[in-house]
Design a protein around this ligand. Structure first.
Ligand SMILES: NC(=O)c1ccc[n+]([C@@H]2O[C@H](COP(=O)([O-])OP(=O)(O)OC[C@H]3O[C@@H](n4cnc5c(N)ncnc54)[C@H](O)[C@@H]3O)[C@@H](O)[C@H]2O)c1
Length: 413
């Protein structure tokens, strides 16, 4: 089933509008920007998602989470009748490619749970036609695309398989999908051509490689980023143990020095992707991924080191610690795998009390207003550098700012 020449959405046998393309998990973080990009390109998109709540939110013209720049596109797609909403595999329809955003989590042994993708595909197969292309969109364990191709053949199915990974930064998918090259790979020449035609509609540039190359490229992108953050975090800890000003060192390192241009600042390296994908790669490498494990040790250890430092400087057993920012990164509301919570849990063992605030997070009932947290805390820690904190009045309270982000605050380190 090819959409390359689709101009208007066709109608099904019942007269109901049918989709040009389906996005499974279409109401999630990976799904929504992609759905809106396709709709903006003129396609009718079936948002297939198990979450009725997220579908209802979208249908009402709202976004279930912060996605910068998405609101006007959603309004336009709804006004143009470009979106279909389905919550079960049975209602996907037998037309158009099917993009699967369902991920591969890691389990308690830090091994990838490949079955998640298989279960999702198994649930789709009875309801899709043999000529519908299956496109894997989320990060997968190396070899998954070729495995899926063989698996389908063993089941007597002829569906083609492509792997076209998501690489945008969370919260800014709308902008980055328009600007960044799209990696395209597939298990046959015809599938590669079909996937290329689809993504050419929304991406400025395609990079076409084999599935195993695309799978590694995606994992290497994320693991490299995680290692970069770890390098800066480790340097920060070394500089701090020497009593040196890391921000001054960063200035000296980077100022007009082209080879250090991409060197990141220190901070919490968290979220649902970087750690997981680094561990996925480590599992693939039979745990012989020393750099990846070292990065995990540093990035996760930074948080616990911060607690140790605080305990050395203050008797926190009788003090209240206020945490500024609980989302895993700035300007988003997503708390998945946020290191702010690792810090919170560690402090809850040794501090008198821990208060938390965040201007965006709605999923945590313990979040308090900033003013309340500032007024009732003895010490503050900047966990997430949301822009509202840059100039906030922190009432002269001692504040830990490893990011080097705050202006006019009583930063103790
Ligand atoms: N968030 C990112 O920026 C990003 C970037 C690249 C890759 N990834 C990877 O993509 C995967 C998905 O991440 P996400 O952030 O979009 O997660 P998410 O939780 O925001 O979205 C997943 C969506 O899929 C739905 N869903 C789950 N199982 C389903 C099924 N069987 N059928 C239909 N819908 C189903 C859920 O209801 C949810 O809305 C993860 O593996 C993640 O690591 C995420």
């Amino acid at each position: 089933m090819n959409i390359a020449s689709t101009k208007t959405a066709p109608s099904g046998p019942t007269g109901a509008k049918t989709a040009d393309i389906t996005v499974v998990g279409g109401a999630g973080h990976v799904g929504i920007p992609l759905v809106l990009a396709f709709a903006e390109a003129g396609l009718t998109v079936n948002i297939n998602d198990l979450s009725e709540t997220a579908l209802a939110t979208l249908r009402a013209g709202q976004l279930p989470f912060i996605e910068h720049g998405a609101a006007p596109l959603l309004a336009r797609a709804l006004a143009r009748n470009k979106l279909l909403f389905t919550s079960s595999p049975a209602s996907i329809g037998r037309t158009g490619p099917v993009v699967v955003t369902i991920g591969t989590p890691v389990d308690e042994f830090l091994n990838p749970v490949q079955k998640e993708v298989q279960h999702c595909i198994d649930s789709l197969l009875p309801h899709i036609a043999d000529d519908q292309l299956l496109i894997l969109r989320s990060t997968v364990y190396p070899g998954t695309t070729d495995w899926l191709h063989d698996y389908l053949r063993r089941l007597g199915r002829r569906n083609s398989v492509a792997f076209c990974p998501e690489r945008v930064v969370q919260g800014y998918g709308i902008k980055e999908l328009r600007e960044m090259p799209q990696i395209v790979s597939a298990t046959s020449v015809a599938a590669e051509k079909e996937a290329s035609e689809i993504f050419r509609r929304i991406a400025p540039e395609l990079v076409v490689v084999k599935p195993i190359e695309a799978e590694f490229a995606k994992l290497f992108n994320n693991a490299y980023r995680y290692i970069e953050f770890a390098a800066s975090n480790q340097f920060y800890m070394i500089a701090k143990s020497a009593g040196a000003d890391y921000q001054a060192i960063m200035r000296a390192t980077k100022q007009n020095y082209p080879r250090a241009r991409s060197f990141p600042g220190p901070g919490f390296s968290a979220g649902p992707c970087l750690f997981k994908d680094t561990m996925q790669l480590a599992a693939y490498a039979s745990n012989q991924f020393g750099l990846g494990h070292a990065a995990m040790q540093v990035n996760e250890g930074l948080v616990l080191q911060l607690v140790d430092d605080l305990r050395r400087g203050y008797d926190i057993s009788n003090r209240t610690v206020g945490l500024l920012g609980m989302a895993f990164k700035a300007e988003v509301d997503d708390i998945r795998a946020s290191l702010s919570y690792k810090l919170k849990h560690a402090l809850e063992i040794c501090a008198h009390k821990v208060l938390t605030t965040d201007p965006f997070v709605t999923a945590d009932p313990n979040i308090l207003p900033l003013d309340h947290v500032v007024a009732n805390s003895d010490i503050l820690i900047l966990c997430t550098p949301h822009s509202v904190y840059a100039e906030a009045d922190l009432k002269g309270k001692p504040v830990v700012d490893i990011w080097g982000f705050l202006k006019n605050a009583n930063v103790v380190y």
